[in-house]
Design a protein around this ligand. Structure first.
Ligand code: FMN
Length: 215
């Protein structure tokens, strides 16, 4: 594939939050997981573990778990809490629970600080997630990277029987987009690229960062 083709897939990928019914075939799923398999990882530890489900009941329960957390947060702070419901976790054809085995951090022999180990661990799993999403996008399938907050982690663990010490990091629905969302704004390359040394004039103010459109 040409770099232009690759960039086209990268730019095509969107966070899809509204799904319609439609199959994700075993072959497509295999390709998506194969893409994850080839992700880079710290010291080649390959710390990712994926729990993959197509079970409607489990997805319904997952949707409920996310919804209950949203409802609780909204109840606690109806004015300021701006979180959105995440119905999409139960609406796609496939749901992937993205986990990681933290024991792989022991392989980073020369890395002593816990923060550095955590960085390697999460970045490694994240690189696999990104590769999955790009593979899905290349086949016209939608995905979205969904955060799992600590509040709901125990319930999800129980539902999917994720054992200790495996960490549950994110969930990624995979399915057919009801509509393909438009591109969110991106910073200009020149705004985040610093030539030779950090260019002080490019250091964004706090207010500029806070004003940045969310999504
Ligand atoms: C680490 C991470 C966590 C995210 N968590 C969520 C989430 O919980 N819910 C959600 O709808 N989107 C989530 N997103 C998706 C971002 O909102 C999205 O990537 C961003 O707004 C840019 O839009 P795009 O993916 O369509 O280009 C997450 C993305 C990343 C990388």
């Amino acid at each position: 594939m040409s770099s232009a083709g690759l960039l086209q897939v990268i730019k095509k990928r969107r966070s899809v939050r509204v799904y319609k019914t439609g199959k994700v075939t075993d072959k497509q799923l295999e390709t998506i997981l194969e893409a994850a398999r080839w992700a880079p990882s710290g010291a080649n530890t390959q710390p990712w573990e994926f729990v993959v489900t197509r079970d409607r009941e489990k997805m319904k329960r997952t949707r409920e778990i996310f919804y209950n957390e949203w409802k609780q947060r909204k109840l606690e702070d109806p004015v300021n809490y701006k979180g959105l419901t995440k119905y999409y976790v139960g609406d796609a054809a496939v749901l992937v629970l993205v986990c990681g085995d933290p024991r792989t951090m022991k392989v980073y022999l020369t890395t002593r600080r816990p923060g550095d180990r955590e960085k390697l661990f999460q970045a490694s799993v994240a690189s696999a997630v990104e590769q999955m999403m790009l593979a899905a996008a290349s086949m016209g399938l939608g995905t979205v990277w969904v955060s799992v907050r600590e509040e709901i982690e125990p319930e999800l663990r129980e539902l999917f029987k994720v054992p200790q010490p495996i960490r549950l990091l994110w969930v990624v629905p995979i399915g057919h987009a009801r509509f393909w969302p438009g591109a969110k704004p991106r910073r200009k390359v020149s705004d985040f690229t610093h030539q030779e040394s950090y260019e002080p004039k490019k250091l964004r103010s706090e207010s500029l960062i806070r004003a940045w459109p969310k999504g």
